[in-house]
Design a protein. Sequence first.
Length: 167
Amino acid sequence: MKLVADTSGLVSLAATTDARRLALPLFLDGYDVAVPHHVIDELETIAQYSDAHAQAAQAILDEQDKILIRDSVLDPEFPLDDGENAAIQLTKEIGAAFFYCDEYSQLALIHASLAEPQLVTTPRVLKALVVHGDLTNTEAKELLEQISQVRSWETNAYVQQAEQLFE
């Protein structure tokens, strides 16, 4: 199944050692993941730092042979950064079924920009891995808690609500 991922979602999915060991390989093996070159550029920039986000970005870059990397034409009217812009445009260009993004402050705008593809976030990706039998509910919930700590989502209302997916 075709899925286009934005930088934010990929970094979230690889934000902890457990996620890199469990969720990231399952995700990359279970979906036809595509990203625009802008996302790779953003990951390379993030990887230059020395924190958990940098380690996550590097883990994704280390697995980029499992990702389809494509050019995408930017929409000059789109009000988000080039990574999100290019990823949304690529989603439309290749007819992807899903767009994976964790830009929680902009979900309404991103959702409105997508006619056919379904917008998915890290909690939804983890739930899909549970539904497909790749993770247990307990493993997914623990991963989401770890990712939430690294990504500073402890007070994010969307993530708090999504935690109910694993109960």
